[in-house]
Design a protein around this ligand. Structure first.
Ligand code: ATP
Ligand code: MG
Length: 195
């Protein structure tokens, strides 16, 4: 059982980039979290019908490489281990069962106003708190009825979709990615053939 609060930063991470690492560190420091889990979605159900997602094992490996050596940041495979569609409420319940009370769900401001569409959202907002990080292009707003805080960030204008698109065009992506992630996507030829 642990008393210290924990953060859950979920995503597709296809691929993980410097914006993700900065966001996780910002929440760790602002909220005083000993652990921030980067939870890799197995089947991101809101995205998977519209585009091909890289294999979960590649996304998991890249997140581990992206956060190597960063204090308190950890990769979490719970959603991959569960299989099927990924729901944050299931992961929150797993952590609550492990003894973590009121975990923080961390999202960028592009997602904050979608929270009420998440699976079992009314349970989710009872079980978890919400930290919303500013992200370029989306206003920093908090949904009603959630125990939520807004965190200004450095606003790195980086997204995985932009990186995938640039890879397809053969454009340079080095400035957006941790070195280990670059090595992995080159070795596994991840984004040259699909979007
Ligand atoms: P895609 O373009 O494929 O949607 P993404 O860059 O948005 O990729 P996701 O895996 O969808 O990455 O996002 C996981 C989480 O990280 C979400 O909460 C998202 O808001 C947040 N996030 C992603 N990029 C940033 C960024 N540059 N700054 C702050 N938060 C970010
Ligand atoms: Mg996204």
């Amino acid at each position: 059982m642990s008393a210290s609060p924990i953060g859950l930063f979920g995503g597709t991470f296809d691929p993980p980039h410097l914006g993700h690492v900065a966001a996780a560190k910002r929440c760790r420091d602002a909220l005083g979290l000993e652990r921030v889990l980067l939870v890799v979605a197995n089947d991101p159900w809101q995205k998977s019908p519209t585009r091909t997602i890289s294999p979960a094992k590649d996304r998991l490996a890249m997140v581990a490489l992206a956060i190597e050596g960063e204090r308190g940041l950890e990769v979490c495979d719970y959603e991959i281990a569960r299989g099927g569609e990924s729901y944050t409420i299931d992961t929150v319940e797993q952590l609550v069962a492990e003894g973590y009370r009121d975990p923080w769900i961390i999202v960028g401001s592009d997602l904050s106003m979608t929270m009420d569409s998440w699976e079992r959202s009314s349970e989710l907002r009872l079980r978890a708190r919400l930290a919303v990080l500013s992200r370029p292009g989306s206003p920093l707003e908090l949904p009603e009825q959630w125990r939520a805080v807004a965190l200004e960030s450095d606003e790195l204008d980086i997204s995985s979709s932009m990186i995938r698109a640039r890879c397809q065009q053969g454009a340079d992506v080095h400035q957006f990615l941790p070195p280990g992630v670059i090595r992995h996507l080159v070795e596994h030829d991840l984004y040259s053939g699909h979007q």
